[in-house]
Design a binder for this molecule. Structure first.
Ligand code: HEM
Length: 204
């Protein structure tokens, strides 16, 4: 493996402002709700894989195994997340989970999209299936959003750093040089030129 997971994890934590990343208070709050949240496992896992199997691009990635086997990975992830602790092992595992997905051809859009679905499904289930009072459900959702931001940052960064490390190792070009080349390439990019409304036939 090219990217060093401990280094990637440390870099991600140093870049995420503390108020947006998962904290020890979040961990305590989540632990306090773990028994109720564990009851959502079947609902989350089924909804998650219904979506992935219904879309050709994601179904293709899953085609190598049985659905029950695929589901087990998410079940284990949910159980470990509810159980804690959120220590170095957990965060480095999240960075490794990102890389496991690279290996089988899962893209960042697929990962990020499913995080979005998971957050929406949780929000609905906290008020619906678990009937939590609005304030408690709101606080839990804040916790889940910080967890999502932290894990997605690890996923995306381990993805990028692994590509860079493989490129650097196989070509001898250093990561610093690649960064400089990218910066030169992007120097002339003007994002506002892409945000304009396309002209219509009437020119309005
Ligand atoms: C919120 C997003 C996701 C989470 C949290 C997640 C979680 C996991 C976990 C924990 C594993 C097992 C890693 C291990 O062995 O320790 C795994 C494996 C796997 N996931 Fe995901 N996953 C996500 C999105 C996806 C998506 C979008 C796909 C497919 C399009 C997918 C397909 C797979 C496959 C095929 C494996 C098995 C990889 C292997 O064993 O080589 N996952 N996932």
């Amino acid at each position: 493996m090219a990217a060093h997971l401990a280094a990637v994890t440390e870099a991600v934590f140093s870049q995420l402002p503390p108020s947006v990343r998962f904290s020890s208070e979040d961990e305590a709050f989540l632990a306090g709700h773990a028994p109720e949240l564990a009851r959502l496992e079947d609902h989350l896992v089924q909804g998650f894989y219904d979506i992935l199997f219904a879309h050709a691009a994601t179904a293709r990635v899953l085609s190598s195994g049985e659905r029950a086997e695929r589901e087990m990975a998410l079940r284990r992830w949910w159980r470990r997340t509810l159980q804690g602790p959120f220590d170095t092992h957990y965060w480095e595992w999240q960075a490794a989970v990102g890389l496991i997905h690279v290996r089988v051809g899962v893209s960042n859009p697929m990962m990020i999209g499913m995080w979005g679905w998971t957050l929406n499904a949780l929000q609905e289930a906290l008020a619906g299936k678990l009937s939590l009072p609005p304030q408690e459900a709101g606080r839990l959702m804040e916790v889940f959003h910080r967890l999502a931001a932290t894990v997605q940052a690890l996923t995306a960064e381990s993805y990028l750093q692994n590509y860079l490390a493989v490129l650097a190792n196989s070509t001898g070009i250093t990561a610093e040089l690649i960064h400089r080349l990218v910066a030169v390439e992007l120097a002339a990019l003007d994002p506002s030129a892409h945000g304009q409304k396309a002209p219509t036939a009437s020119g309005v």
